[in-house]
Write a protein that binds this ligand. Structure first.
Ligand code: UDP
Length: 252
């Protein structure tokens, strides 16, 4: 394994910093080392503050990447030279490279009925060597969930994308990863909707100015309540960073 992630923290939650997340994950995939990837943003950080179970799940994940602009700004204010790495881009990088070496088996779970299937068909067209072994929508009753568990146990996919939204997907992975202990599990939020062409990502100029959240609000105005987490995060982050600076000056 070429690079080891450096552990840092955002308001008490872990975050792993490194240059080559896809390379690190590919190596683990090839070795069959089970991995849970969390894509951390300000909204999730605030949710974890009110939910100890979510905080514990994030704490136990093998890889936590800086998905959101808020998290990246927080780390930069601490002097860390890091770039934002959106979870959707990590997922895309793994899918694109899948055909280069031995193609790993992939499973898509989540989204409204038909969406993961459509996303898989589009990917299959784009990357012909891709080995998507199954898809499943994310609105299951208990009988269907049991059937899905059996399917996963039988198929043992190496790479499993779970797009159920935060924190549902993080809990789903934590509770079910034992079914495929050698797999890499990633919570991908609404990525299937984007790959299927139902939603779109913010234009680059908005993302470059840390304003992707504004585009999401424009596309999904019902998110306004959830987005109140963003000013809350900014306030907490500034207080925390100020305290750290003051303490840093006081201590020898
Ligand atoms: N979803 C799902 N099952 C559920 C609730 C949500 O499959 O019970 C899917 C939903 O269809 C959407 C995704 O989860 O595709 C959530 O996307 P969102 O962008 O809201 O994710 P987040 O911002 O929470 O990461």
């Amino acid at each position: 394994m070429s690079e080891t992630p450096t552990l840092s923290s955002v308001l008490g939650l872990p975050i792993h910093l490194m240059n080559d997340y896809p390379g690190w994950l590919r190596s683990r995939l090839q070795q069959g080392i089970g991995t849970h990837v969390v894509t951390l943003n300000a909204e999730m950080t605030m949710q974890a503050e009110c939910d100890a179970t979510l905080a514990k799940v994030i704490d136990q994940a093998e890889l936590v990447i800086p998905d959101g602009a808020g998290v990246v700004l927080y780390l930069r204010l601490q002097g860390k030279h890091i770039q934002r790495y959106p979870g959707i881009e990590l997922a895309e990088s793994l899918l694109q490279s899948s055909q280069q070496q031995e193609p790993f088996s992939v499973f898509f779970l989540g989204g409204a009925p038909g969406v993961a299937q459509l996303a898989a068909a589009k990917w299959q067209q784009q990357v012909p060597g891709l080995n998507i072994v199954g898809t499943q929508h994310g609105y299951l009753d208990s009988t269907e969930t049991e059937k899905l568990r059996q399917t996963l146990t039988q198929l043992q996919p190496q790479l499993i994308f779970v797009g159920l939204g935060v924190p549902r997907q993080e809990f789903w992975i934590a509770q079910n990863r034992f079914l495929c202990p050698q797999a890499t599990w990633i919570g991908v939020g609404g990525s299937f909707d984007i790959w299927a062409g139902i939603k779109s990502r913010a234009p680059n100029w908005l993302a470059a100015n840390h304003l992707e959240w504004l585009y999401r609000l424009y596309q999904e105005p019902w998110r306004w309540r959830r987005m109140l987490a963003l000013p809350k995060f900014t306030q907490k982050a500034l207080i925390h960073l100020t305290q750290q600076r003051v303490l840093g000056k006081m201590l020898p």
